[in-house]
Design a protein around this ligand. Structure first.
Ligand SMILES: NC(=O)c1ccc[n+]([C@@H]2O[C@H](COP(=O)([O-])OP(=O)(O)OC[C@H]3O[C@@H](n4cnc5c(N)ncnc54)[C@H](OP(=O)(O)O)[C@@H]3O)[C@@H](O)[C@H]2O)c1
Length: 449
């Protein structure tokens, strides 16, 4: 570790370093970061997605510290987390993220910094503000923060009601450079939110992206606008998004029907408080007969199982993200007038479904993507209030990020997988021990499963 980085870490660990001292800490000229390389974008050509190995494409190396611009902050990253977008970047699917950086680089003189032959990835962080650029008043060096991943320019009117509608909307650390899987990160200051004081660095870093996404998708009026008593079918209910959707359904008085693929995952859903659980593997659903043809009998069998669990009710909301493999079933099982709200296509983005079930039964499909500023803030507030909890199952060292992304790619993980960046070990960063003690069993639900 560089001398300057070691001094930054010492100041953070001291726990009582004044803001002026943080402001006077020297920034290192380079820092340790997880990257992909533009000249390796074709390295997996011809391989099936499953065989593309993030351990080969993700590098941990020193990169130059970026220049700080107006409205921005440089943050010392104590911990980050793996998101599925880290997997997409590492396997260069569906496109190489260098195309995003190139496009962003053309927006202004300042954004040109992002267009580099390497991409520092990562869309979550918990850490400490080191420097703020001109025009930043709300945050100062020394503030303990988490960052959401919405990067917008807001120069056009389209995004002024709902910041996700900004034509220059991007996901930080995926469609921009200088992400969170690193010792330092560059963010826009309006990505910053207070770090929940009862959590460790790695716990605080893990909800961000998926928690905010689940909030918009399920709770917000921009998504499914869930209400008390709604039956919510949650695909991948113990995974990144699903573990937050399940908690939000329970917290909001809805009834989650959790779909998972193993008894361990079913057990985690029970630990969160869910009672209605479907093990899709044990029950052997095969929604596709062949590459081109789905099997409506399997949709019916799945729907009948949901009714058996709910006492005859169909889902008001289907929380969709697996995509091609499940979408036909999702449209079929949703209630008359129900909503299928989708934010992803993990198993393939060309969805097909029988439209008769959609129009005749007045169902609607809603597209949802990340969260606007306000939604991300509300989602973080729920974590801070101890109403929704991190779902961290395992934490890796920065040097082992390739393995962490491999686990998520192969669906070997539960909940969220964390990465320690500057934090030398797990368990640091708690500032409110009493609140933590009260919430500890819920915080640890996903540990050691
Ligand atoms: N648009 C956005 O803003 C946004 C934000 C976050 C994530 N995403 C996307 O959402 C997807 C899920 O992200 P995540 O973080 O939740 O990933 P994750 O942690 O891997 O969880 C996804 C879960 O989905 C289930 N699943 C996977 N393939 C499936 C299939 N073919 N059929 C049924 N279930 C399947 C798995 O659960 P079981 O095996 O237990 O069933 C898995 O645990 C990714 O594609 C990601 O890129 C989009």
């Amino acid at each position: 570790m560089q001398h300057e980085t070691a001094e930054i870490l010492a100041a953070i660990q001291a726990g009582n370093t004044p803001a002026e001292d943080f402001a006077h800490l020297k920034l290192p000229e380079s820092y340790r970061a997880v990257t992909v390389h533009a000249d390796e974008a074709e390295m997996f050509a011809g391989l099936a997605s499953r065989d593309k190995d993030p351990r080969r494409s993700l590098h941990v190396e020193d990169v130059a510290t970026p220049e700080l611009g107006p409205g921005e902050a440089i943050v010392a990253v104590m911990a980050s987390a793996i998101n599925y977008n880290s997997v997409w970047t590492s396997i260069f699917e569906p496109v190489s993220t260098f195309s995003f950086l190139k496009r962003y680089g053309k927006v202004s003189e300042l954004t040109r910094r992002h267009d580099l032959p390497y991409h520092v990835i990562g869309s979550d962080l918990a850490g400490v503000v080191l420097r703020t650029g001109p025009g930043v008043n709300k945050w100062k060096p020394g503030d303990e923060v988490v960052a959401h991943c919405l990067s917008v320019e807001l120069e056009d009117a389209e995004g002024h009601d709902d910041t996700m509608l900004d034509p220059q909307q991007r996901i930080w650390g995926f469609e921009t450079n200088f992400g969170g899987l690193a010792h330092l990160a560059l963010v826009k200051s309006n990505q910053l939110m207070p770090k929940p004081a009862h959590l460790t660095w790695e716990e605080a870093a893990s909800p961000g992206l998926v928690n905010s996404t689940a909030y918009r998708q399920l709770v917000s009026k921009n998504g499914a606008a869930m209400k008390q008593g709604d039956v919510v079918l949650v695909w991948g209910a113990s995974g990144g998004l699903g573990s937050y959707a399940t908690q939000m359904a329970l917290n909001g008085g809805a009834i989650p029907v959790c779909v998972v693929s193993s008894p361990d995952k079913a057990e985690i859903c029970r630990a969160m408080g869910a009672e209605l659980i479907i093990d899709r593997k044990a029950e052997g659903y095969k929604f596709w007969k062949s590459q081109t043809e789905q099997d409506p009998k399997e949709w019916q069998r799945f729907g009948a199982r949901i009714r058996e669990l709910t006492g005859g009710e169909d889902p008001d909301i289907v929380f969709e993200h697996p995509g091609r493999e499940t979408f036909g079933a999702s449209v079929y099982v949703a209630k008359r007038g129900g909503k299928i709200v989708t934010c992803a296509s993990t198993s393939g983005f060309n969805h097909s479904y029988d439209n008769r079930y959609l129009w005749m039964n007045l169902k609607s499909i809603i597209g949802s993507h990340f969260a606007n500023y306000r939604e991300a803030w509300e989602a973080n507030r729920l974590i801070d209030k101890g109403m929704i909890h991190p779902t961290l199952s395992k934490t890796y060292a920065l040097e082992a990020t390739g393995q962490a992304a491999y686990d998520v790619h192969q669906n070997l993980h539960q909940g969220k997988v964390g990465v320690l960046c500057l934090a030398p070990r797990e368990g640091l960063g708690v500032r409110d021990a009493a609140k933590r003690a009260r919430l500890l069993p819920a915080i640890n639900r996903f540990r050691n499963v």
